[in-house]
Design a protein around this ligand. Sequence first.
Ligand code: ZN
Length: 90
Amino acid sequence: MADRSKSRRRYLWDQGWRRCIWCGKHLTWASLTCEHMVPRSRGGTDKRMNLAAACRRCNMQRSSNPWVPHPEVMEWARRRGLALAGLQAR
Ligand SMILES: [Zn+2]
């Protein structure tokens, strides 16, 4: 379990995620947490397109609420060619 969560964080880090998907705050390896775009409680999976980086604070506060991603971070992900799940579902 811990290993899988670390490899998800590693994936996000390796993709170049350095900002929180929700608030845009800059992230370090220590502060990066793995966010599920579609929460697991709503059927979201651990597939890569459902993963985004978020700061610990947002990750905890968001829970499974439908927050709107930070526009600059979204734009970065789009340019990076990262498909993110759940964005069109809102
Ligand atoms: Zn944040």
